[in-house]
Design a protein around this ligand. Structure first.
Ligand SMILES: Cc1cc2nc3c(=O)[nH]c(=O)nc-3n(C[C@H](O)[C@H](O)[C@H](O)COP(=O)(O)OP(=O)(O)OC[C@H]3O[C@@H](n4cnc5c(N)ncnc54)[C@H](O)[C@@H]3O)c2cc1C
Length: 394
């Protein structure tokens, strides 16, 4: 047997689950198609990940958080949603008596880098880079992972963390539901004249959506959702033209805008796997649930899935990946489905409502913002869900 567990994909989900498995005494091999340098020193990719309190706690417990420079963590104190030209805003503030902030923002490449450092601290983790997984096979004895270079690796359990377009999921014959929103997100960092007050803003306008995520030192992550053609045009504009375009889209609310990073495009496709487990197989991260980013929950759900999977695998002190493993995987699947399906469906419904240009949808949108403000229990439960303050605390 080469490993107890083979994790496919050294993205943030794969690296984090590998460290957590190693900490529980499992020998782990991570198979990743990228070269080692790209895993060890990932480049800035435009994504700023809004982490819930529960996610920060999981990263801290896993020894990943300490590898993220404190100066690179920004506080998300409040959030607001605007609809069209109306000045009315739906506000989300921390619930009185809970944490003082809604969450924390960390760049995706820094999470990846920290997770890589943590994983490589453990002698129980081996990274097999430059290897693309082609097929999986499992039987009563073990599982075999075959890679494009002709190698085969044996283990007791395979964990697929190889993105929302998971090749491992396909190789295992598991179908996934897919929603193509027909739009593309452009993301980048910009500095601005006016302060953001650590408030995230989501502004649904008629032809596009623009979001601002507050970073440190009067810098924000700017997220523009547009048609693919328009997003590509924005990416190719020279810097002064791009800065002016964004300033106008924001109605000048932050004054002059200065581009401070590269610009990145993400086509918006959400996926939901029909099964999260198979024989000697578990899906985690985007391979299980690939969320639309608007509710900022993809990686947060990945950490939740990791926690649920590990709790089930090591339930009652068990370390066997043979005896009773099918039942434990099924319990993991049920738990993760309960945790993810309502959020996945609600997120897709919000996106549809706020991008539907029919007049009736406009009335519902405006009503939804007012309801969200006036129904305090509803507002508080949305804040609780999105920030996970207190959730899963031990
Ligand atoms: C613009 C944007 C903003 C976001 N904001 C947030 C946010 O605020 N909060 C939040 O929680 N989430 C957010 N997300 C979602 C978050 O980025 C993802 O959920 C997270 O990165 C998923 O990690 P992963 O490891 O599952 O997958 P990935 O990051 O996709 O990593 C998969 C890895 O598998 C490797 N791989 C793929 N196929 C193979 C193969 N066949 N063989 C070997 N290796 C393979 C890939 O090279 C890659 O390294 C955002 C996403 C986007 C696009």
């Amino acid at each position: 047997m080469d490993f107890d567990v083979i994790v496919i994909g050294a993205g943030p989900a794969g690296l984090c689950v590998s460290s957590a498995l190693a900490a529980r005494g499992f020998k782990v091999g991570i198979v990743e198609r990228l070269p080692l340098a790209a895993i060890a020193e990932p480049a800035f990719d435009g994504r700023e990940i809004a982490l819930t309190h529960r996610s920060v706690r999981i990263l801290r417990d896993a020894g990943v958080w300490e590898h993220i420079p404190a100066a690179q963590v920004s506080e998300l104190r409040r959030a607001a949603v605007l609809n069209g030209s109306s000045p009315y805003r739906l506000r989300f503030d921390p619930t009185p008596g809970s944490e003082a902030v809604l969450g924390h923002l960390v760049a995706n490449h820094l999470i990846r880098h920290a997770a890589y450092r943590r994983a490589t601290e453990s002698p129980a983790v081996t990274i097999l880079s430059d290897r693309t997984v082609l097929s999986l096979h499992a039987d009563a004895r073990d599982a075999v992972v075959k890679t494009a270079d002709g190698e085969a690796w044996r283990c007791r359990l395979v964990i697929a963390a190889d993105s929302r377009h998971s090749q491992a999921r396909r190789a295992a014959g598991i179908a996934a539901d897919m929603v193509d929103f027909g739009k593309t997100m452009l993301v980048c960092r910009m500095r601005h004249q006016a302060p953001h007050d650590h408030t995230a803003l989501e502004w649904f306008q008629d032809a596009f959506t623009i979001a601002l995520l507050p970073l440190n030192a009067d810098e924000s992550s700017v997220v523009i959702t547009e048609t693919s053609g328009e997003a590509a045009r924005l990416q190719s504009l020279d810097e002064p033209a791009f800065e002016l375009d964004v300033r106008q889209r924001l109605g000048d609310r932050l004054g002059a805008m200065t581009l401070t990073s590269t610009r990145h495009l993400y086509p918006l496709v959400a996926t939901y796997s029909r099964r999260f487990v198979g024989p000697r197989l578990a899906l985690v991260g985007d391979a299980a649930v690939g969320m639309h980013p608007v509710t900022a929950h993809g990686f947060n759900l990945a950490l939740q899935s990791q926690e649920a999977l590990l709790q089930e695998l090591t339930r009652e002190g068990s370390r066997s990946l043979d005896e009773g493993v099918d039942a434990r995987l099924r319990r993991y699947e049920a738990r993760h489905r309960r945790a993810s399906l309502p959020l996945y469906l609600a997120t897709n419904a919000i996106v549809r409502l706020y991008t539907d240009r029919r007049p009736i949808a406009g009335i519902f949108r405006q009503a939804a913002l007012r309801l969200g403000n006036h129904l305090r229990p509803l507002n508080a439960s949305i804040v609780g869900l999105l920030s996970e303050s207190g959730a899963g605390r031990r």
